[in-house]
Design a protein around this ligand. Structure first.
Ligand SMILES: [Cu+2]
Length: 393
């Protein structure tokens, strides 16, 4: 039944843990609206024949018919309940999709004109080919180097926009080994159509062997990659043709080690320690997903989004008990370097407890700086009042 409906609606294969559920909701909504629309159409047709004007006199004296309260109220209640059911099912799926399980392995993703780059905690880097183990939760921490892109894997039912200067996260679990197409789903310039790649899901053993240096070709036959060489049309910078699956600029060291180098090089370690001792700034030990008290009294969970904001906009959320002396690193750290620092912080923190059941909604979806939840209503009113006075004479 599932497969029949999937083909009927031209949906791609279902290769992730959430794909089936999402499609089921889709069938449910489409099915109900089809039945509803057909019902309305048949009723309209039937009534327009049954109550047609039989003569001119009859048509000018048609009595007005009023439905009873019970009928109207009943219909309304039925529809409201129906829509609430859609919402409850959809929203709970949304939460499950938004909140990465805590046992997920992390891959850092950077979109840029016109390719996807992937950095793995173990130090490997790939272009346009995301290699993951099948049947394992994978969390993507994503950003863009230049314009808005959107990471889209139809077979996983995963799509996430990435904006420059901000971090996003999404996750998936590939349910079987295979090759699944990645698209950029946000028009991003001249060669947007060449911005695609593949997720290669390998058996766990093969994945380990790939990490240790075996070429990807030993495990899968990859289709030819996007025409990177042809991307260079003379309008943009010349892009080299990257052979796919071959690691470019792979680090012989792990991302955490690289993060240590970055932290030393960029001067972070002048104020932060890795051993648990507070210094000019808080220590990074055990900071990962820890509850951090802020100067304004709120307590925030130090997830990827918060940690990144702390580097890009340190004054936005000051840690309680520390002076506002940290400079901003906006534009001074490459996305992959931010990823490396995050990996460093993760590596010197206690591993997170794995929840027994579905992940609890502890991790908030990343909020862009300046988003609604930190607008102080009193200050907003004050601001409106001030600006209004200036405008009205
Ligand atoms: Cu793009």
């Amino acid at each position: 039944m599932n497969d029949f409906l999937r083909r009927l609606l031209f949906l791609p294969e279902q290769a992730s843990s959430v794909a089936r559920e999402i499609d089921t909701l889709h069938y449910f909504v489409i099915g109900i609206t089809m039945v509803g629309a057909t019902g309305v159409f048949i009723a309209a047709l039937w009534w327009s024949i049954r109550y047609r004007a039989r003569s001119f006199e009859a048509s000018s004296t048609t009595p007005q018919v009023q439905a009873g309260l019970a009928v109207e109220g009943g219909l309304l209640a039925f529809l409201v309940v129906l829509f609430i059911v859609f919402w409850v099912v959809g929203f709970s799926q949304y939460l499950r999709m938004r909140i990465p399980p805590r046992d997920a392995m992390v891959v850092y993703v950077t979109g840029k004109q016109w390719m996807w780059k992937f950095a793995y905690p173990e130090g490997k880097q790939t272009i346009n080919t995301l290699v993951v183990p099948a049947n394992r939760n994978v969390q993507l921490v994503m950003t863009s180097r230049d314009v808005i892109h959107s990471f889209y894997v139809p077979a996983f039912r995963v799509k996430q926009d990435v904006l420059p200067g901000r971090y996003y996260t999404t996750w998936f679990r590939a349910t079987r080994p295979g090759t699944y197409r990645i698209y950029c789903a946000e028009y991003c310039g001249l060669s947007h159509s060449a911005m695609w790649g593949d997720v290669v899901a390998l058996e766990a053993d093969d994945y380990e062997r790939w990490l240790e240096g075996e070429p990807l070709e030993n495990f899968v036959q990859l289709p030819p990659g996007p025409p990177m060489a042809r991307v260079a049309t003379g309008l943009g910078p010349d892009l080299p043709a990257y052979p796919r699956g071959i690691a470019e600029a792979s680090q012989p060291r792990s991302m955490a080690d690289w993060g240590r180098e970055v932290a030393a090089l960029k001067g972070c370690l002048a104020c932060h320690t890795l051993d648990g001792q507070p210094h000019i700034g808080p220590t990074w030990r055990n900071l990962w997903y820890r509850e951090t008290p802020l100067a304004d009294g709120r307590v925030i969970i130090a997830d990827e989004a918060y940690l990144t904001r702390s580097m890009m906009d340190p004054m936005l959320e000051l840690v309680q008990g520390y002076a506002p002396v940290m400079p901003t690193y906006q534009g001074l750290l490459e996305p992959a370097e931010v990823g490396a620092i995050l990996e460093l912080i993760r590596s010197i923190s206690e591993p997170l407890p794995t929840p027994a059941r579905a992940p609890e909604p502890l991790v908030r979806p990343p909020l862009p700086p300046g988003s609604l939840d930190r607008v102080d209503p009193a200050r907003a009113l004050e601001f409106i009042r001030e600006t209004s006075e200036r405008v009205t004479p």
